[in-house]
Design a protein around this ligand. Sequence first.
Ligand code: ZN
Length: 445
Amino acid sequence: MNATEKKIIAVIEAHREEIIAFAEDIENHPEPGFQEFRTARKTAEFLKKTGYQVEENVALTGVRAHWERKNAQQGTGDTGRKNSGYPNVTVIGEMDAIGCQRHPKADPHTGVAHACGHHAQMAVMAGAAIAFSDPEIRREISGSLTFLAVPAEEYIDADKRTVLREQGIRFGSGKSEMIRTGVFDRTDLVMTTHVHMVDVKEDFYLGNPACNGFNAERVTVRGKAAHAAIDPWNGVNALSITSSAIQMMGLMRETFREEDHVRLHNVIRKAGDVVNSVPDEAVVETKIRASSLERIQEIRQMVDRAYDGAAYAFGGKIERENLPGYMPIRPRMADTVLVEAAEELGLVYRNVQPGDFNNACTDVGDLTQLFPVINFTFRGFEGRLHGEDFHITDKEKAYILPAKLMALTIYRLLRKNGEEAKKIKESFTAVFDKQTYIEYIEKQM
Ligand SMILES: [Zn+2]
């Protein structure tokens, strides 16, 4: 470790109690997606106190702290918007909690809890931000750094999306909305982290395994009401259409290929009003997960045929509202800078291998379609993700060590004129740029 790296470690060590207190404060006040008002306020306070210029209410509840080297020729300051020609690294912390009513730390009103460990991610981002607030450390890097607290990683359902649209949120997740509104316009490279999402025994898992994307839709099945006993022959049963469609989806499962990791699930939100009338309206939310954008679209067409076919058979109608989801993660093996940083810290880690797969979905997937995303996950917890038994067991492994790994990796990316960051950026081929990404999502809406 050179002097700068030692200094990075020392600065994080010096603030360890503060970082842990920040994590626990967020954990004890969980908030749902796009409602992270307190979390945002606390994050903004923390980053301001650390010496950053902070922008709030980014995509409703997001918080952005930015720093770039003051440069006499460019005249850019801490909030400078000019591109200095050096790379930008954007570090993500997810703010939202997940619905988990029975979790001991769940908010009694909203029923959400930090059962996905996002509070730990926030601490990691905060710890890295502290390290790069130090003037001596800043002198050793070129480029710019953005610390971005992002709302709403967890799925936002159809009703909530309707309300959010009235508040100006058009895309269904925090990162997606931030791409749309230009928050990532200056980003060259993204850094993300999370508690382990796949079963990894080691403390750290370096890289980004492939992961499913998803698409959802809200389907309203229209039938015709009639007395259930006097003249049911005059009715069209929306519940029968719905259950037939779901039956068909079940039978279609035999055509799903293992390698596509298809997951198809439904929730019936409504299926009639009273028992003695033929149900004339049913509402179903259907979610399709698969490992590629093409396969998601293909399965979606099958699902649509199941609904349309069932409606045709009974003489009903289908109305659908598409709810764009998250894109699959494009896998990325552990970058050398990340592995070297883990080695420096003497961590117990393993690297992502080709073929590793995470069946869950995250809107980090969307970012991987546009930017190189350097990712690692970490342990320090016990229990199931999203489960009532999820809890942090080791503050060092959940908050402090990942913050050090994050900070050392950033340093390795941006030292020596940011040559490593530039190299990674140049070797990356994006699937979408901002414009084509927006068009793709809008086409599905
Ligand atoms: Zn999560």
